[in-house]
Design a protein around this ligand. Sequence first.
Ligand code: FAD
Ligand code: MLT
Ligand code: ZN
Length: 481
Amino acid sequence: LTAVRYPLLKRGNFSFLSDRHLGFFQSILSAHQVLTDELNDLSGYNVDWMRSVRGSSRLVLRPKTTEEVAAILQYCNVQNIAICPQGGNTGLVGGSVPVFDEVVLSLELMDEVISVDELSGVTIVQAGCVLEKLETVLHLSNLALPLDLGAKGSCQIGGNVATNAGGIRLLRYGNLHGSVLGLTAVLANGQIMDCLNTNKKDNTGYDLKQLFIGSEGTLGVVTQVALQCQPKPSSVQVGFFGLNSFENVLETLRLSKRNLGEILSSCELIDQSSLECVTKQLELRSPINNFPFYMLLETAGSNAGHDAEKLNSLLEILINNGTIVDGTLAVDSAQAKNLWGLRERISEALACEGYVYKYDVSVPIRQFYQLVDDIRIRLGNLPIRCCGYGHLGDGNLHLNITSHEYNPILLNRIEPFVYDWVGQERGSVSAEHGLGLKKRDYMEYSKSPTAIHWMRRVKKLFDPNNILNPYKIFPEQSSTD
Ligand code: FAD
Ligand code: MLT
Ligand code: ZN
């Protein structure tokens, strides 16, 4: 077996799947929970959303309970069988698909919303619940999720926790390290770790649940999550604006934070090239003419009159002093959805162009767009496009470069340049997507050798046989590590 696009990667010394192993899984699960048909069943589980990496797993297991997950892991640990936990398979760093023949452990049948408490906002849910389904259930109780992302129709809350997903509401509610009150995880040896705290405050020793948030399936399988949800805002405003310079973008961010205060719920940037791609590839219409930059601002509050007054007075300042040149405000939720489509569907549009070199970085806010300018100069007309968009309010830039097909010469012009650039600014080489397989060799640009050493120690402690998502997160180990 060789890993597609990673020919130098070597398969770990794990057991090959045998009829005896299969017989065991069939004895503890029902027929529809054990998938083996390579042609009809397995292909979707072996390929990532971007179709950039492909594994060759011969088995997908679909447990329905924490206990079933525990029985699977206990057996795999004893039998030395490698596992790839999989949620909605929307991950963008190749973490959710097997590299070789790891058994895929899909959480998709664990999709129950266990409880919703309108008063406290505490919601307990099985890890395989799709984010959008959870959102619909919460709306019935007048509650809203503390996170939202373009993949919400497919991604699962367990996958979101495992990646510490960011998205478009992080600006307002912070990341999942704050919103996850508790979780249940099954460890590599099959032990069930009950950290399903539902209290807002709990300072009883180490907060072990935090280890699983962002661990990308390498420390345990998350099976249940207790989330702090928020009251559903009764007033939402969405505006889309055109700006002539990045200085004006920064000024709009500064004044939005100052003037909108607690009702500012999103502040996103789209550059001209990104908008051109999304309108062209997906046949969407921009409500305003061409500008070098566009911003999407959202407010979420509880008093429509008050919120409108705040936004209008902000816009008056920004338009009067020439910071914003043109723009539109959504008059209803359908228009708001269309405006959000121009931002959230950029990744889908870019994928239509061929191969996408995707970078998800944190950089100091003043340098936010400089990387895009620098890489454009460096690459000249080698790629189809270099574009930048992202979660401006959180300092999270999505730098994307496209070419008709995978081009190693282009890749060598981009990397390690991008990582050096980000490292020098003391940014993060993965702001929200994680490291998975595709970014694992660049961890050292954002983490010290001592930090990496202790991360490896934690991994060894929780998963001494390295059966959980091997080949992910950690760089290949050299003899001096
Ligand atoms: P998967 O892709 O299946 O898995 C991701 C990782 O988590 C893998 O390493 C997997 O092994 C592990 N994992 C999954 N479930 C579990 C579990 N229950 N227990 C343990 N490990 C598990 N990401 C952002 O952060 N912000 C965005 O704004 C954003 N927008 C996106 C928009 C689009 C159109 C797409 C395609 C992706 C986007 N993403 C974004 C990336 C992706 O959606 C997130 O990383 C998401 O959290 C992954 O969830 P998932 O259920 O699909 O997990
Ligand atoms: C987004 O914010 O659109 C996502 O993180 C996906 C991407 O980076 O393309
Ligand atoms: Zn993003």
